[in-house]
Each structure stands twice: as structure tokens, then as C-alpha cells.
Design a protein around this ligand. Sequence first.
Ligand SMILES: Cc1cc2nc3c(=O)[nH]c(=O)nc-3n(C[C@H](O)[C@H](O)[C@H](O)COP(=O)(O)O)c2cc1C
Length: 190
Amino acid sequence: MQSKQTREGKRRILIGACGSVDILTLPRYLVAIKTGIDCELTVLMTASAQLFLPAASVGLYADRVIAGERPEDWPTDKPSRIVADHDLLAVLPATAHMLATAAQGAAPNRLATVILASNFPVLFFPVMGAVMWEKAAVQRNVRQLREDGYQVAEPVWHENYDVSLGRMVGHPSLPSPEQTVELMRTSLRR
Ligand SMILES: Cc1cc2nc3c(=O)[nH]c(=O)nc-3n(C[C@H](O)[C@H](O)[C@H](O)COP(=O)(O)O)c2cc1C
């Protein structure tokens, strides 16, 4: 696997942000990555991710944001260019949809295409409801991804206030920003 870095010796990290409710915590993770790793940080957002968090807001915490699925959004950001520009992809948060898509080797959108075209370590950070996470189909996709050489981080249980239910509800979510940075550092050393 080819190791790439900028002329200044910085690592080039790509975050693939999916449409999970926990994308609202993404800025905390981006700050932790920028302060914990000497890197250039790009965020590639799915269309669903953009429904939760505007690309312009994410741009306040990253060096570069790539968003949009129309061909005219792609001229300078083709999947091959994005792959050539980076040496680690963390899919964070990773939805059940994106795990299934990558486990199938499908490329229906820009992030999935980059995952399929990647020649560097890809680390998934799944977030979803507990029932979803325990479903045989999701666990099968996680096993498949690991068998295919991808890394899938174990989710960590989080309690959030659910407005519609009017109580705290737990679900498998992201490790802490510090743990996430450590996992990314380990992947970069491989
Ligand atoms: C309010 C809301 C919260 C959601 N949170 C999650 C989540 O945490 N995990 C998940 O797998 N899907 C979640 N979904 C479903 C995804 O947004 C949906 O599957 C979407 O197609 C994912 O697209 P993407 O994987 O291309 O980003 C949520 C949907 C809504 C409306």
C-alpha cells in the first residue's frame, strides 16, 4: 500500500460523513483530529449527511469539504482524484446503509465509489439504533467488510435525550474523539 503525504509531511485524512443523527457531533471529531494528527483534513459528505448538517458548516472545521452528487459537482473531485489525494478514509458516522453498500461492493454515490476505489486503509465507525445494530443483516455486513480487509470499529453505547419519546434512549455510537483519533493513528502506522 502506497504511503502518501503532503510536501510538508502532513498526512492526508478523508472523513466520509453519512446521514446519521450523530453527524451533529462531527465538528468535535474534526477538531480532535486536526489537533491530534498533523494532517490535511477533507470531509466527503453523502447527500443524506447534507440534510443533517450543511456543507458550509462542516467547512468551518475542515481544510476541504466535498459534497454533491451531480456530475457537474465532480469535475475536479473525481473518485480517482480523491483517492490519490488521501492516505486514510474514516467513514464517520457510518450508517447501516453505507455498511451494506460497501459490503456489497456497490457504488451508487460518491462516497461508496471512493470506498470501492480506495487503495488505503478504510475505517468504519458505525452508528445506529440498537435493534438495527443487532440485526443479522447488519452483523453479516460487518463480518463481510472485515473479511474484505476493511476495519470496523466497535460502537460505544451512548445515551441521548429522545424528544419524541421524552426520555433518554441509548444506542451504539461513536467512540470518544480521543479514542477515534487513536484508532486513526494506528491505521496510519499500518
Ligand atoms: C432523524 C434520522 C436519523 C437517522 N440516524 C441514522 C443512524 O444513526 N444510523 C443509520 O444507520 N441510519 C440513520 N438514519 C437513516 C439514514 O439517514 C438513511 O439510511 C440514509 O439513506 C443514509 O444515507 P447515507 O448512508 O448515504 O448517508 C437516520 C434517518 C433519520 C431521518
